[in-house]
Design a protein around this ligand. Sequence first.
Ligand SMILES: *[C@@H]1O[C@H](CO)[C@@H](O)[C@H](O)[C@H]1NC(C)=O
Ligand SMILES: *[C@@H]1O[C@H](CO)[C@@H](O)[C@H](O)[C@H]1NC(C)=O
Ligand SMILES: *[C@@H]1O[C@H](CO)[C@@H](O)[C@H](O)[C@H]1NC(C)=O
Ligand SMILES: *[C@@H]1O[C@H](CO)[C@@H](O)[C@H](O)[C@H]1NC(C)=O
Ligand SMILES: *[C@@H]1O[C@H](CO)[C@@H](O)[C@H](O)[C@H]1NC(C)=O
Ligand SMILES: *[C@@H]1O[C@H](CO)[C@@H](O)[C@H](O)[C@H]1NC(C)=O
Ligand SMILES: *[C@@H]1O[C@H](CO)[C@@H](O)[C@H](O)[C@H]1NC(C)=O
Ligand SMILES: *[C@@H]1O[C@H](CO)[C@@H](O)[C@H](O)[C@H]1NC(C)=O
Length: 703
Amino acid sequence: MKIRLYLLTYVLIQSLISFITAQQNDAGQFLIGAGIYDITGQVAEIGFMGYAVPKQRGHGLLQRMRSRAFIIGDINREENRVVYVSVDNGMAFQIVKTEVIDRLNKTFGSNLYTDKNVLISGTHTHSTPGGTGATALVDITTFGFVKENWEACVNGIVQSIIRADKNLQLGRIKINIGQVDNANINRSPASYMNNVDRGEYTDNTDHEMTVLRFESIDGKNEIGMINFYPVHAVSLNNTNLLVAGDNKGYASYLFEKLKNPSGTLPGQGSFVAAFGQSNEGDVSPNLMGPKCIDTGLPCEFYTSTCNGKSEKCIAFGPGKTMYESNEIIGKRQFETAKDLYDKAQLFINGNVNFRHTYVDMQTINVSSRFTSTGHNETTCQAALGYSFAAGTTDGPGDFDFTQSSNSTNPFWQFVSSFLAKPTEQQIQCQAPKPILLDVGLIKPIEWVPFVLPHQIFQIGQLFIVGVPGEFTTMSGRRLKLTIKQALQDAGTWTSDSHIVIAGLSNSYSHYITTYEEYQQQRYEGASTLYGPHTLAAYQQTFYDLSMKLARNETVPSGPTPFDMRGKTFSFVVPPIWDGVPIGKKFGEVITDVNSSYKPGDTVRCSWWGANPRNDLFTEKSFLYVDRLINQTWVPILTDDDLETRFLWKRQFIDQSIITVEWDIPTTQQTGQDLYRLRHSGVKNNIFGRQQYNAQSKSFTINN
Ligand SMILES: *[C@@H]1O[C@H](CO)[C@@H](O)[C@H](O)[C@H]1NC(C)=O
Ligand SMILES: *[C@@H]1O[C@H](CO)[C@@H](O)[C@H](O)[C@H]1NC(C)=O
Ligand SMILES: *[C@@H]1O[C@H](CO)[C@@H](O)[C@H](O)[C@H]1NC(C)=O
Ligand SMILES: *[C@@H]1O[C@H](CO)[C@@H](O)[C@H](O)[C@H]1NC(C)=O
Ligand SMILES: *[C@@H]1O[C@H](CO)[C@@H](O)[C@H](O)[C@H]1NC(C)=O
Ligand SMILES: *[C@@H]1O[C@H](CO)[C@@H](O)[C@H](O)[C@H]1NC(C)=O
Ligand SMILES: *[C@@H]1O[C@H](CO)[C@@H](O)[C@H](O)[C@H]1NC(C)=O
Ligand SMILES: *[C@@H]1O[C@H](CO)[C@@H](O)[C@H](O)[C@H]1NC(C)=O
């Protein structure tokens, strides 16, 4: 009996071992590297990219913006490498991508990291300084191009890729797929409802999160994590004036903090965690949904208005304040990602490959095979509809515009007076969109891009689809089905194959709705630039691209996109000189801290300082919370930590009041330890540019 039990155990263990070995053998080997770098632009005075609200301009910083780069290389073919980069930015622009590629060419030569195998995807935070896009429509509310912000972004992306390249090692990738609970809702259900295929899905947003776990070949060293999950990074609304990565930036921060050795300051660890954006076009994090702010009643369903006004219809939640909502939605993504990461078992295995092509979106003949009408159709000369100016329930427009309608307003009417009048052909092609802005001509500069990048990566059984805009939930699902069909037709689709969409990649062309959603002409439909068959055109191009990828055939490079470098406009005034009141010095305290605080208190100190636009403090910090450990002041928190805030306020013409705040966590250890707040800046005036350093008195934290 005993012997039989022993034998049985032996057999079981043996089969377990051979099972594990088989699993190991199935684990593909890749060259893997991850890198992170600071891309924070000017945190004061510059308008934020996203809500298009000119008065939403920087007054400080809640969190730094980062570029997170991952290189994945085929170990057998040097040229088969892909680079996925997630940036804490509204989106990736062509003018950023083009310059990044030129600089990578200078560093690595022209074959290694190219336009075709580098994918740059924006997280879509709406709380970062703008002016980096160059096309008129995106830069108009920041009063034009802001070269310093563009440079910070370009340089940071390049540096993150250089770091990822330096860290290249032999490694493995695991993939895991799961559901995020309660972190997104559909903000245009009135459009979604029109979809003929809605019955095939249980929900009107995607809850699926795909997690990639990167580790060293022996599995001992964790390198990084990427996940894909669709939700607008608009937990912070258009009244927020502090630079931040929104819910995705916060989730990355939490994951990197968890995985890097304790005591590592944010952004300085080698483990990199990217929370990548996906098909978030109609997806909001404001879970309580839109309500009329005056009456508390639901808004009108089709137009998202209250008493005919869109400004009154705003979505909130799930927190009491937007900062709380930001942390809740960030945490929900973080927790699911962590769980999927910890439990990941399936190895990615197979070749690395990629395909990329540029397409002129205004002149595509779309085959009846892909259109919703059953006819052959064409795309249109670009135009924006009236609902574009209404904004969304995540951030309504400032003016009297409503969704699903064609009312007018003075600002955009004024803008439209610079543009061509739409032609009869364009009106018919774009119907039922009432045209507000005819952006289809370069007059006097490019308003929106026309030549758009289409890109697909293959990493074993995983396909990453880089799209230059915001696909709605259903648009993303249909595009994935088309790509799956192409791979099935080519005979390379397997039961393990998996497709993810990387949204807001490489260039920005606003929204892409389905044909049926387009008919509703809400914000997303009005912002679908190239007419009702825009999505079908993408499906057609990606069918071809995926087929050629599967068959290892070449694709044409396509037309060259318009190069905006050197053709930008700007009315942004540079920072003026810095001054302090008579008798004061830079760095002198205005209001100091108290000598003792309790956990849960906010510590605050303010100084006479300078305009933070003078120096971005890239890879550094405008503030530190220091703790005295064994007679040495050790920085424990930076401006990247969410419990600290760096605030800038102008006084008179030239004076800057800098305030640093720290919300002491309720869990903070109490005792006799001393703490202090510190700030550094650069002042610039007729006596020259100079760094100044400021600090508070020391304080303790007691009960
Ligand atoms: C890379 O740089 C070289 C030298 O400046 C240039 O000749 C070449 O065209 C560049 N390659 C690409 C792909 O831009
Ligand atoms: C932004 O959020 C705050 C709460 O944090 C709220 O009081 C305010 O009304 C919101 N504003 C807009 C325009 O969404
Ligand atoms: C689209 O079709 C029209 C009419 O058949 C043709 O003239 C045109 O060249 C086509 N355009 C493209 C980009 O193939
Ligand atoms: C669409 O155009 C193709 C190629 O010109 C043609 O073969 C096909 O019959 C057309 N489809 C329809 C529904 O007209
Ligand atoms: C605007 O809407 C009205 C009816 O609501 C319609 O008669 C008019 O033609 C529309 N204008 C445009 C430019 O579509
Ligand atoms: C794919 O095509 C390239 C040339 O276009 C060739 O060098 C490579 O060996 C091919 N790969 C495979 C797996 O056949
Ligand atoms: C210091 O303590 C007083 C009284 O508790 C409080 O009113 C004040 O805001 C505190 N000052 C700072 C800078 O925290
Ligand atoms: C402080 O120094 C002592 C003696 O060198 C050492 O044992 C202790 O670990 C140090 N404490 C910290 C927090 O570094």
